[in-house]
Each structure stands twice: as structure tokens, then as C-alpha cells.
Write a protein of this length. Structure first.
Length: 219
């Protein structure tokens, strides 16, 4: 049995501006650093203890992982497969600016089940989902009997959940993942259980959220 504790990075500067960042180097805000510290303190008391820490190499994920690595006394393992989707020419835009600058592309983006959609100069949805799915399958296979932490992004976590739970999480855009939240997946062979989704109990006023509409982007 493998327990995946999947953390979305803390609030980054582009989140405040509601801009799509993708692979860009947007740093954590002071609130984002506080969120990272809060989730690190929670994970430090987790039982059984966390054995490994996998991290997207993008700056905001690395900064979120820093206090986690320190509190758990673990060296982060950076995994390219955990990166956010590459938004290409859409990176840096707000959703409104995207719709105005590229109306035809935006109209196609709205068709969320269109896995052949590709951001101009960026990544195709299907290729993105497959990349994240392979990364999580690899992490689970390497971590039998262990509890591991994965620090990633809103988009890559949603894609990963859709991969792990293809029947129940196929509407990947329809559930929220707050900055600094914790999602817990338990995997044993082909059997997988979603123990918690968007758990924010470690943050002030936090709770476990149910699914709510959430757009692809600003991840």
C-alpha cells in the first residue's frame, strides 16, 4: 500500500493577478510561504512517517517544498513529470485577456473534454495528462508500503486524479484545489481510494472542501 500526500504549491504572485503561469518562475507570496510552513508542520506529525518527497522543478513548487524538506529531514526528488501544463503563448495572460487575444483558441479551450486541444506554442492536453499519469504511476511503483509527499500544481494534480480515478474524476475541471491544500490518495495494486480532497485543515479556518467549479489555469 502506498499513501500519496499531494500538496498544491502555496499562493504565488501570479495567483494574486489571476494570470496563467505554467512553467514560469512566479515566486510564492508571503501568504504562500505561510501556507507552505503550515502544511510542512502538519506533515511532520504524519503517521506513519513520510519516506520520500517528490517535487515539480518549477520555482513555486520548489519553494513550497523547502519547509517540508526541512521539517521531514528529506532531500527533495525533483520530477519533470510533475510540472504544470505548458501554456505556451497563453502564459502570463488572464482568462479575459486570453479570450480577447485568441478568441478561436479560447473557444476550443472551453471544450474541456477535447484532449487534442493544444495551447499555441505549448502543450497538448492529452500529452500533459499522459505525462503526469506516468509520473504518478512511477512514484507509486517505487513507493510500495511507504507514505510519500508529492508537491505539484493545480493542473497537474487534477490531471493526476483524473488518471488515478478515471470513472469518478473525469470532470477534472469541476473540483477545487486551494493553494497549500493536501489531497490524500491510498493505492494498493489496482485499488485506489481518495481519502481526502483539498484538505486545508492545517490552515486557519481550513476545511476539507467538496468539488466546486474551477477553471484550468492560474495553477
Amino acid at each position: 500500500m502506498t499513501d500519496l500526500l499531494i500538496v498544491r504549491h502555496g499562493q504565488a504572485s501570479h495567483n494574486l493577478a489571476a494570470r496563467w503561469e505554467g512553467w514560469g518562475a512566479s515566486p510564492l507570496t508571503p501568504l504562500g510561504r505561510h501556507q507552505a510552513e503550515a502544511v510542512a508542520q502538519r506533515l511532520a506529525s504524519w503517521s506513519p512517517a513520510v519516506a520520500r518527497l517528490y517535487v515539480s522543478p518549477i520555482l513555486r513548487a520548489r519553494q513550497t517544498a523547502e519547509p517540508i524538506a526541512r521539517c521531514l529531514d528529506l532531500a527533495p526528488v525533483f520530477h519533470e513529470g510533475l510540472r504544470e501544463i505548458d501554456f505556451g503563448q497563453v502564459a502570463g495572460l488572464t482568462q479575459e485577456a486570453f479570450s480577447q487575444a485568441m478568441p478561436q483558441v479560447y473557444a476550443r479551450w472551453l471544450k474541456r473534454r477535447d484532449l487534442s486541444f493544444q495551447f499555441p506554442g505549448g502543450e497538448q492536453r492529452l500529452a500533459f495528462y499522459q505525462r503526469v499519469g506516468r509520473a504518478l504511476d512511477e512514484i507509486v511503483a517505487r513507493s510500495a508500503g511507504q507514505t510519500v509527499v508529492v508537491v505539484a500544481h493545480g493542473g497537474s494534480i487534477r490531471a493526476g486524479l483524473a488518471h488515478l480515478f478515471p470513472e469518478t474524476m473525469q470532470d477534472w475541471w469541476a473540483y477545487a484545489l486551494d493553494n497549500g491544500s493536501l489531497t490524500h490518495v491510498r493505492a494498493e495494486g489496482e485499488d485506489k481510494v481518495l481519502v481526502a480532497l483539498n484538505d486545508c485543515q492545517h490552515m486557519e479556518g481550513g476545511q476539507v472542501h467538496v468539488r466546486t467549479p474551477n477553471a484550468e489555469g492560474t495553477a
